[in-house]
Design a protein around this ligand. Structure first.
Ligand code: NAI
Ligand code: AKG
Length: 528
């Protein structure tokens, strides 16, 4: 089957080689679509690759009938409706490292160009003026750079600023003394950064908390003559407040790569001589564009072919080492969930998953999602997947608890899934047997040994002579061939179970007949 990939923003041709090389991938590059045209075009595509130009809205996702993955060739995902993607089970991946260097270099280039008024001077020369008086700049050396947001790019900017012999003070909620010491910078609160800095640069994502964080009140806290750089996202700085602060003489310069509305052709900030600007070029280098395109192309190929990604945005990422340990359990956990959902049909209040043995040492959240996916699949079908399983469980008010213990009662690993319902608790446990693959080893309190695959008939009965024989005879009459059989009981003559592996799905009419057999309490057809 061919996977169809739509690239709707210009990407480096060299960078998309993983897609070009992958077998069974059809790539369509169409970078001139209007939002309405894109809504039609997206139909039938499995993957969409974008930079920052394409806005991925809920409406676009609603009209996508096949879409499984969106690759953002860059860092910021504020052009993608992540909630809508998650709800639809579409994974979003980005390229968090590929353009760090370019964005940091662009930030420093903008700061230096602003400090020495290079664009303004160049413009004047182009207009045939030899003017040496209007462009008196300031040095960076010994000035203080305030950085708000010290992630990848912020930290690279700090390193470069130290190279310019600047003092650096930064605020980031995750900035530790250790990191600050390593970088040779000072930690401050937002207000301390605003008050201390001669130059202020922002490097946060655009979030609810960071939208317009540099506003009228923030400008009032700054030094007179402060210079501002924004190479992160338009909207972090309130553009009207910046305009007013420049006109009032509070802010001496602003270097902007990003704007609240992009693209634009006319902007009031650009009428001010203190403002220099570029049209969102922070990541526009040959190196960065190749690198981000390679990263997202790889994730798209890997996701569609083997289901794994390196840089998920709407799923917690799993390190390669952990993935190697937990990947063999993906199938088992999904099957345990599917099994449980078919032996009981009461509304689930709570799902408890216990990881016992070696697995207890790892981050098993991906297995939990998989189990929940298996459990919800029966009612929600293929619309539930790894991306939206937990969100859907939340929506249905199902509590999920993950528990770990290093003792696995004789197994290397044992995963026990329990559902709590108004009618009581049902549970199933499974393991991976060395060399033999997945096994269900316990259902409720009965010990069994069944391969979680294909078609099963799960029967609860009274432990009485003849029960097994009568079921066997009836199944023969129904032309149902038994491939394997397990029985378990609580006590002699007490409640018991039969797990029959059969060759085909057992139709409901046959299940109904089984239920009528003497001493049979219940029967369920299970498809795994
Ligand atoms: N102009 C351009 O072409 C480019 C712009 N960007 C923008 O730069 C942003 C940062 O990129 P990276 O450094 O790679 O991301 P990152 O995720 O490594 O760093 C972001 C940092 O912001 C911090 N942060 C979040 N909320 C904060 C708050 N309220 N106050 C202070 N710090 C806060 C986080 O703790 C994190 O350390 C991206 O989200 C993107 O929007 C990124 C690449 C190119
Ligand atoms: O795609 C681009 O060129 C913009 C890069 C960017 O803004 C980002 O990576 O967040």
């Amino acid at each position: 089957m061919a996977f169809k990939v739509l690239i709707s923003d210009p990407l480096s041709e060299d960078g998309i080689f993983p897609l070009r090389q992958a077998e069974g991938f059809e790539i369509v590059i169409d970078t001139d679509l209007t939002p309405d045209q894109l809504k039609d075009r997206i139909k039938g595509f499995d993957a969409l690759l974008v930079r920052s130009q394409t806005t991925v809205t809920k409406e676009l996702l609603d009209s996508a009938d096949q879409l499984k993955i969106i690759g953002r060739a860059g860092v910021g995902v504020d052009n993608i409706d992540l909630d809508a993607a998650t709800e639809k089970g579409i994974i979003v991946v980005n390229a968090p490292d590929g353009n760090t260097n370019s964005a940091a270099e662009h930030t420093v280039a903008m700061m230096m160009a602003m400090a020495r008024k290079i664009p303004q001077a160049f413009n004047s020369l182009k207009n045939n003026k030899w003017d040496r008086k209007s462009f008196l700049g300031v040095e960076l050396k010994d000035k203080t750079l305030g950085i708000i947001g010290l992630g990848r790019i912020g930290a690279e900017v700090a390193r470069r600023a130290k190279g310019q012999r600047m003092n650096v003070i930064a605020y980031d909620p995750f900035l530790t003394e250790e990191i600050a010491k390593k970088l040779g910078i000072e930690i401050g609160t937002v207000d301390e950064v605003l008050a201390a800095a001669d130059f202020i640069t922002v490097h946060t994502p655009l979030l609810k908390e960071t939208r317009r964080m540099i506003n009228k009140e923030a400008f009032e806290k700054m030094k007179d003559g402060v210079q501002i750089i924004n190479c992160a996202r338009g909207g972090i700085i309130d553009e009207d407040a910046l305009y007013d602060a420049i006109v009032a003489g509070k802010v001496a310069g602003a270097a902007l790569d990003v704007f609240e509305e992009e693209p634009f052709l006319d902007h009031k900030l650009l009428t001010l001589p203190e403002v220099i600007a570029t049209p969102h070029l922070g990541a526009s280098t040959i190196e960065a564009q190749e690198s981000v395109a390679v990263d997202v192309s790889r994730d798209v190929v890997n996701f569609l072919t083997i289901g794994s990604v390196r840089n998920p945005v709407n799923l917690p990422s799993v390190s390669r080492d952990v993935l190697a340990k937990i990947e063999p359990f993906f199938d088992l956990t999904e099957k345990l969930g599917m099994f449980l959902s078919q032996i009981q049909n009461t509304v689930i209040d709570e799902i408890n998953i216990q990881y016992a043995g070696e697995l207890a040492n790892y981050d098993v959240r991906a297995l939990t999602r998989n189990t929940v996916k298996g459990l919800l699949k029966r009612n929600l079908g293929e619309t539930v997947n790894d991306v939206n399983a937990r969100l859907l469980a939340d929506r249905y008010g199902i509590k999920i608890n993950e528990q770990k213990t290093t003792t696995a009662r004789g197994f290397m690993n044992l995963i026990t899934v329990e559902v709590v319902t108004a009618k009581g608790i049902r549970k199933v446990a499974g393991t991976l047997l060395n060399g033999l693959g997945p096994r269900i080893v316990k259902v409720d309190d009965y010990v069994v040994d069944a391969i979680p695959q294909g078609h099963l008939l799960f029967i609860r009965h009274k432990d009485q002579p003849g029960a097994i024989g009568r079921v066997g005879t009836l199944l023969a009459e129904e032309n149902i061939n038994i491939a394997a059989m397990q029985v378990g009981r609580s006590a002699e003559g007490g409640d018991a179970i039969m797990m029959l592996t059969v060759d085909h799905h057992v139709e409901s009419a046959s299940v109904a007949r089984v239920k009528e057999v003497q001493n049979i309490h219940d029967a369920k057809a299970i498809d795994l």
